[in-house]
Write a protein that binds this ligand. Structure first.
Ligand code: PMP
Length: 496
């Protein structure tokens, strides 16, 4: 469908992509690339399904707050669905999940309540239950909600069968978090072709399914305690510290033919190989699923067709071990490449130094008056450009220190007529001898730019001048202004 009524109908219909480079010869290995979902993960499917199921059942009232415990992808999917449908969302999440997930959630308008890492998955789940009961929120319960497995019956499994178009499927490989994907897809595949092997991967250091040790449950069927074989592992989104009801149901139904343990190192290596050999950018659990799929492929009969799930995009892992060793700075090889031509190098800048201020005999009289009046009107004045990064650093500094100031944006639309902003800039350059922006004035006297302002804060002289002028500031702040400078300016770390 080329046109959509909303982002929500773009969920699903993800492609099956053949992995020709990584698959062993003679085996047809396909990846179902769930990063194609609008928020980049398989959980978009569940998010929409759980909300629409609750709407149909009348369990979710218009405008009611939705809450869920999630390692991130579910929350991000829910945040999209709730944004479009107008439900406030609260997400509870253990502090150990990557910070980009928290930021994405907040960006989409959700509130994020963190729980201590030591309390594991159970902690964030219990916090969600507490908050739901206390505030009357709708709790999604993705670990038990049948709508979670159902959506994979209706969509994921159907898509796989349709895309295979009658080709016999030797094996389907997945991990499990809630077990929604596992339970839903396995039930359809087993009905369509009982010979298809359902292979479940799990971290080798947290082999809960592989151990055969049952999950302790309370009277309601909810996990009563952490599974004894659970250990912290790398594959975010996989294997919480318990075997969920949906996962157990897939096992009890006899739908799981094999459990493959996967080492964290293998997951990282294969996620990177997916990117570098196949051009597919996916997360850690995708690398882990691929590791298990390759093991299955090695022993599969020639000509077999195998499908593995790639649950999410790699972009969610920039701050995790998946990106260890991926630096922001140039390494030796890149520096050597840079030095292989003469220009545009850090040791030998080819750009001329900042141009000296234009010496203009004819400064604009109105601009001169404007500068005088601005300086007379406030003790702390910044002449700025709207989106200049250093001006932003100064604005953040003043806000954090509680310092009242007047800012004039020289490139603001209001100052563009007749290039008045440019004329003011020429006046400032002539008076200060500095061509760069921002220009800061304290009590009408030129102090300098961003660096001089921060230096004056550090050596105490700014405080003295503010005190003399009776300008208030937060005396308890221990902020290092350097932390407010643009990220790319922070000291270069040398890379080994
Ligand atoms: N991988 C990732 C990255 C996930 O976020 C999830 C969902 N928790 C899964 C795999 C597992 O999916 P499911 O919950 O359907 O078992």
């Amino acid at each position: 469908m080329a046109r959509h009524d909303s982002i929500l109908s773009t969920i699903g219909h993800t492609p099956l992509v053949r992995l020709d480079i990584l698959a062993p010869p003679g085996v047809n290995l396909y990846a179902k690339v769930e990063a194609f979902n609008p928020m980049g993960s398989v959980k978009d499917r569940m998010a929409l399904a759980v909300i629409e199921d609750a709407e149909r059942r009348g369990a979710l009232r218009p405008g009611q707050t939705v809450i869920e415990a999630t390692s991130g992808n579910t929350g991000i999917g829910l945040a999209m669905v709730c944004a479009r449908k107008g439900y406030p969302l609260v997400v509870t999440m253990a502090e150990s999940f990557s910070v980009e997930r928290r930021k994405l959630l907040r960006y989409l308008g959700a509130r994020v309540v963190l729980t201590p890492a030591a309390e594991k998955g159970t902690g964030m789940l219990n916090k969600a239950i507490e908050l739901a009961e206390r505030h009357g929120y709708f709790l999604c319960r993705q670990f038990e909600n049948e709508a979670n497995a159902d959506v994979h019956v209706r969509t994921t499994a159907r898509e796989i069968l349709d895309d295979l178009a009658g080709l016999p499927l030797y094996a389907w490989v997945t991990g499990f978090g809630t077990g929604g994907t596992l339970k839903g897809v396995a039930s359809v595949l087993k009905r369509a072709s009982p010979a298809t092997r359902v292979v479940v991967a799990e971290p080798d250091n947290a082999a809960m399914l592989g151990s055969g040790v049952p999950q302790a449950r309370d009277a309601t069927g909810a996990p009563a305690a952490s599974h004894p074989r659970f250990r912290p592992h790398l594959m975010q989104g996989w294997s919480p510290d318990f075997i969920s009801r949906l996962t157990e149901e897939a096992v009890t139904a006899g739908h799981v033919d094999e459990v493959v343990p996967v080492a964290g190192e293998a997951a990282l290596r294969l996620a990177r190989e997916l990117a570098r050999c196949e051009g597919i950018f996916a997360g850690t659990s995708s690398g882990a699923t691929l590791a298990a799929a390759l093991e299955v492929a090695q022993r599969a009969p020639a000509g077999s067709h195998i499908v593995c799930m790639l649950p999410d995009t790699g972009e969610r892992y920039l701050s995790t071990p998946l990106f260890d060793g991926i630096d922001a700075e140039m390494n030796e090889e890149e520096l050597t490449l840079s030095r292989s031509t003469p220009g545009y190098r850090f040791e030998a800048p080819s750009a001329p130094a900042a141009a000296p201020p234009p010496v203009s005999a004819a400064l604009d009289a109105a601009a001169e008056r404007f500068v005088d009046e601005t300086l007379a009107a406030a003790p702390v004045v910044m002449f700025a450009l709207e989106w200049c990064e250093f001006c932003w650093s100064v604005r953040k500094f003043f806000a954090r220190q509680g310092i009242d100031y007047r800012s004039v944006d020289l490139d603001a639309a209001a100052l563009q007529a007749d290039d008045f902003g440019g004329k003011v800039r020429a006046v400032l350059a002539a008076r200060t001898g500095a061509a760069t922006i921002p220009r800061l004035f304290i009590g009408g006297e030129h102090l300098g730019g961003c660096s001089e302002l921060f230096d004056a804060w550090r050596d105490g002289s700014l405080r003295e001048r503010l005190d003399a002028l009776g300008v208030a500031y937060d005396r308890d702040q221990t902020l290092d202004p350097a932390s407010l400078l643009p990220g790319w300016l922070h000291p270069r770390t040398t890379t080994a």
